[in-house]
Design a protein around this ligand. Structure first.
Ligand code: COA
Length: 257
């Protein structure tokens, strides 16, 4: 159980709301486990027609809790973070996300596995994996070059450059950029509600068809990235980068050159 994930059911809409604002909604093992449990249970619940993932009107998530990464990194592909991502990846009904403020690391990666994504114009998305001594995760090294081309994907994945909600919408990572966080949350809920009026198994069949091409290749990439990511979490480079964040200083990678 994690009190930092609020779970709500409104007719067929199941909402997962990240609620750890004092830490910018950084995701702990307990939060991943809670979200995984809820998604796994919803997979067999015919009453759940759509899932909505959101943070607050100011903050989606600052990504994985860096203290957790240092003290208790994932041990394998059954660890809470991978269990949550697998449940999202396998989810048969549509998943809608609402993003305002920061969406860092897995906060951006998970959007690549949602069906509809709404962002505030000034949302700040970022995948600083290399900056943390890590590598891309959960299919992003395959999905982003295909979606954006190698050049732009390199900016985002190798340099870890931040991009805005407006850019995310222009590049096809999000469906639309809204004027602010409140409008973004409202729009995502409105779009989630639309699924309630559609034929349930036609939606499910159509999502399965859309996700089918290249799925086996994607699964293989996810496993390869996950194994490397777990190794890299224990590397001196990653330990230096994450310790630097916790100590509020710039990392010093000069000794690894
Ligand atoms: N893990 C653990 N704690 C985190 C965190 C994370 N990913 N992100 C933020 N926090 C904590 C900060 O340590 C701080 O805690 P404190 O008040 O006890 O000192 C609090 O949340 C507020 O963060 P702060 O950095 O002061 O907020 P900000 O508005 O200046 O910046 C971010 C917001 C998201 C840009 C910034 O916190 C950040 O870059 N976080 C790390 C992101 C990251 O690298 N995630 C991992 C990706 S794999």
């Amino acid at each position: 159980m994690s009190e930092h994930v609020v779970v709500e059911r409104d007719e067929g809409i199941l909402t997962l709301r990240l609620d750890r604002l004092d830490k910018k909604n950084a995701l702990t093992r307990a939060m991943y486990s809670r979200m995984a449990e809820v998604l796994e249970a919803a997979q067999d619940d015919r009453g759940v027609r759509v899932v909505l993932i959101e943070g607050s009107a100011q903050c989606f998530t600052s990504g994985n809790d860096l203290g957790d990464f240092l003290q208790a990194p994932p041990t394998g592909l059954d660890s809470p973070v991978f269990r949550f991502m697998r449940a999202l990846f396998e989810f048969k009904n549509p998943v809608v996300a609402a993003v305002a403020g920061p969406a860092v690391g897995i906060g951006t990666t998970l959007l690549l596995h949602c069906d509809l994504v709404y962002v505030s114009r000034d949302a700040r998305l970022k995948m600083p994996f290399v900056n943390l001594g890590l590598c891309p995760e959960y299919g992003s090294s395959l999905i982003l070059p295909r979606l954006l081309g190698q050049a732009k994907a390199a900016q985002l994945l190798l340099l870890g450059e931040e991009f805005s909600g407006e850019q995310a919408a222009a590049w096809g990572i999000a469906n639309a950029a809204l004027e602010d966080g409140a409008a973004t949350l409202a729009k995502a809920r409105e779009m989630a509600r639309r699924f309630l009026g559609l034929a349930p198994s036609a939606v499910e069949d159509s999502k399965r068809l859309m996700k089918a091409p290249g799925r086996e290749e994607l699964r293989q990439v996810i496993v390869a990235e996950g194994e490397l990511f777990n190794q890299r979490l224990r590397s001196p480079e990653a330990i230096e980068a994450m310790s630097a964040f916790m100590q509020r200083r710039a990392p010093d990678f000069s000794k690894f050159a």
